[in-house]
Write a protein of this length. Sequence first.
Length: 125
Amino acid sequence: MKPRFNALLAAAMAMAASASGWAPAALAHAFPEREDPAVGSVVRVSPNKVWIRFDSRIEREFSVIKVTDENGNQVSGKTIIDPNSFQLLEADLPPLAPGTYHVYWAVVSWDGHHTKGDYTFTVAP
């Protein structure tokens, strides 16, 4: 009976720690803090890159940013993650024609949690 008691005690302690907020870092997801071009923005000059800064470190191998034009064609280059902070996801852009562009992103935080999202920005004529 002692092994069963130890397992129950461990489970109860984990539940108590979780309920008390003691272990939030273990359940962290990476969410955007800032991006450029900004969500819903209208820019007058074609940006040369798109970037998103996240609130926690992200995995290089499992994180991506992609920009598409109004026809769904990808216009962004290779995804790059800043090797100093592991919080900045970016991709180069060619000169963009006036129109609306869609930014898609998906990241995995260092603790393995996946988040994704998308937004648009417009290049004005």
